[in-house]
Each structure stands twice: as structure tokens, then as C-alpha cells.
Design a protein. Structure first.
Lengths: 102, 266
């Protein structure tokens, strides 16, 4: 079952590569369609937000820990914006919650 | 020909000298170190669903993308179909289309297909940034120099993450599970702070994603499919309601020769 992942890795890599290389090679005309450009602009934010919540709740042993990490992550991202501060803050919250509540 | 090349890459060493390569490496070392730390959390996520250290390494070496790889990890863990996988990867990485178009216009007219094919492989947000910020036509040798420290470190970071997830005490490993989500928040929240439309899109995404995971009708669908469908619907609605401003030259691209980045990459 585990080796199955290699097929997925190769399939992912293929699609990713095509997205990156087609505009450099075959489709050299820029995208002018306003809707499509807007769609591409918003997609990263939407997809990352959808993947983050509620998945973060289920990534810890209790929903509460993930929920706290989510809240602290938003506050840190809003105030500092530094990637490592946010990541570290989220992890420390879960660690603390585990130490205090267990 | 020699004269031509000197003017094609203004202020640069000749095309095939070692200078641009070394400069690329130097500019990309900070990026590579950052990558190593960031892809570590990707490795934790991959390890949680059973990726081996080596699979984590190949995953990151071949894909070199954070959100695309994470989406792929989720889908592969659910044994999703390949059409679904391809669609999800396309959506998660669609922004590279824009970057690729933008960078395409920075290639010298005589740039070979080989360079286009190889540089396309490493087109991440940060390396794209280096390419766009460099003066004049894009020097492929500079980009290869930039790839050298950054892409392998991205892959090594992921492998280390998988390994760490397996050997660290469970309490630490559990804490590190949320690192990837912290990273995503650090990417989406600062722009949301500046742009109310992005903020609205992010909040709507959180709410609808939660709703879709709770409602009986949608909860039975795999989380990968839910992510794909929700992303397409939400991003389409926001794009229809709030299309981005269309000003000529608003593109990330600037014409070669009048590149804004005189001070070099940030």
C-alpha cells in the first residue's frame, strides 16, 4: 500500500510541471480573461483556508487543542505576519494545552 | 553575436560565465534555509498518513510546492482517483500559470526550449521572485544557481519532517501537526488584513468548509473532493463579484530594461 504513494507523487509532479511549463513553452500569450485572472488571484487564499479549517481541529488529540492553535495562529498572523512565529506559536499552544490539561 | 549578448544581459557577466551561477546560489541560500524549515511541517503531515522518509524526499523534490503537495498528501491518503487528483493539483497550483506567463516574457527571444523546460520545473513563488527581480532578460544560468541550494533543501526538509514525526515523542509530534496549518495561516492572513475582499473570501472559506464537513450530505464526501469543489465554487463567486482591477502593466511583469528591482531581490 505504501508504495502506492509513488504513483501519486509522480502524477502530482506531472500536473504541477505542466502548469509551470506550458505558459513558458506552448501557450506564451498571457491570460487576458478578467474572470479567469481574478479566479487565479483568489484561488490560493481560498484553497489554503479550506484546507486549514476545520482540518486543524482534527489534527490534535482533542478538538480544543486544534481550535486554540487556530485562534492563536490567526492572531499571530494578523499581528506579526512572520511565518516562523506563527508556526511556532501554533505548536507551542498545543504543547502547552497537552501539558496543562493532561 | 558577442556584442548582442553583452547587451541582452545588461550589467551581467557573459552568458555562460560562472558569475551568474554563483550569484544565483548566493541569492537563494536564505530561501533554501527557509524552505528546509517550512517543508519540515509538510513532512510531518506526509508522515502522518504513512509516507516514508524517502517518499517525502521525492514528493518535495519533484513537486516543489507547498499547498499542492499538501493537497496531494490528503488525496493520496484517501486513495483518490487520478482525475480528481489532477484537478485538485491544478486548482491548488493554478497560480503558477500566472507566474509562468509573467516569467515567459522575461526570457530573451532566443532563449532555448531547453532552458524554458528546465526553469519551469523550479518555478516556486520565491524563485519566481528572484527571476522577476533580476535585471534585463532572464539569465537561465542565474536561475540554475538559485535552484541548487533551494530545491534540494526543500526536499531534505520534508524528509527530515517525516523522520522527526516518526521518532519524536508523541506529545511533540502532536504539537507539530498544527505547524502546516500555522504556515497556511501565515500565508493567507496578512493579505486578508490588507484586502477586505480576500478577508471575506477567507472567512467564507472557513465557514463553508466547516459546514461542508458537518452537513450529512457533504460530510460523506472525501475531504479532498470537498476542498476541490469548495475552492472552485468560492473562488468563482468571489471572482465574479469582485473581479480584480484590470490595469495595463498591473501584471507582475515589467518590461525588460525597466525592471523596478534595481536593488536586487528581497
Amino acid at each position: 500500500m505504501k508504495n502506492n504513494y509513488y504513483i501519486y507523487i509522480v502524477a502530482m509532479a506531472l500536473v504541477t510541471y505542466l502548469i509551470r511549463v506550458l505558459p513558458l513553452t506552448l501557450l506564451r500569450k498571457p491570460i487576458t480573461n478578467r474572470f479567469f485572472r481574478s479566479f487565479l488571484y483568489y484561488v490560493p487564499y481560498v484553497t489554503l483556508a479550506v484546507m486549514t479549517f476545520p482540518a486543524i481541529l482534527f489534527s490534535t488529540s482533542r478538538l480544543l487543542y486544534g481550535g486554540m492553535a487556530f485562534a492563536v495562529g490567526i492572531v499571530l498572523a494578523w499581528t506579526s505576519g512572520n511565518l516562523f512565529v506563527v508556526e511556532l506559536g501554533c505548536c507551542l499552544v498545543v504543547l502547552l494545552m497537552n501539558a496543562v490539561l493532561h | 553575436m558577442e556584442q548582442n549578448q553583452a547587451s541582452i544581459y545588461p550589467g551581467d557577466e557573459p552568458y555562460h560565465s560562472v558569475g551568474p551561477f554563483v550569484r544565483g546560489m548566493r541569492d537563494a541560500i536564505p530561501i533554501g534555509l527557509g524552505y528546509c524549515a517550512v517543508s519540515f511541517s509538510l513532512g510531518i503531515a506526509a508522515g502522518n498518513v504513512g509516507y516514508t522518509t524517502l517518499q517525502g524526499f521525492w514528493l518535495s523534490l519533484l513537486n516543489v510546492s507547498s499547498s499542492g503537495e499538501y493537497a496531494g498528501i490528503v488525496l493520496s491518503a484517501e486513495q483518490a482517483g487520478f482525475i480528481e487528483l489532477a484537478l485538485m493539483i491544478f486548482v491548488a497550483n493554478a497560480r503558477y500559470l500566472l507566474m509562468s506567463f509573467a516569467l515567459s516574457q522575461r526570457f530573451a527571444p532566443d532563449a532555448t526550449l531547453f532552458h524554458r523546460l528546465t526553469i519551469g520545473f523550479g518555478l516556486t513563488d520565491e524563485l519566481f521572485g528572484l527571476g522577476i527581480a533580476s535585471k534585463g532578460w532572464l539569465n537561465p544560468i542565474y536561475m540554475y544557481g538559485a535552484f541548487l541550494p533551494s530545491i534540494p533543501l526543500w526536499a531534505i526538509g520534508t524528509a527530515l519532517g517525516v523522520y522527526a514525526g516518526n521518532v519524536l515523542p508523541p506529545v511533540i509530534a502532536e504539537a507539530m501537526n498544527v505547524a502546516i496549518f500555522g504556515m497556511f495561516l501565515a500565508i493567507i492572513i496578512p493579505p486578508a488584513k490588507k484586502d477586505p475582499v480576500v478577508l471575506g473570501a477567507v472567512i467564507a472559506s472557513f465557514v463553508l468548509s466547516l459546514a461542508a464537513s458537518l452537513l450529512p450530505l457533504t460530510a460523506s464526501i472525501s475531504s479532498g473532493t470537498r476542498t476541490l469543489v469548495l475552492t472552485v465554487i468560492i473562488a468563482s463567486v468571489v471572482a465574479l463579484l469582485f473581479p480584480i482591477k484590470e490595469e495595463p502593466g498591473q501584471d507582475i511583469v515589467s518590461e525588460p530594461g525597466e525592471s523596478p528591482a534595481d536593488s536586487g531581490p528581497v
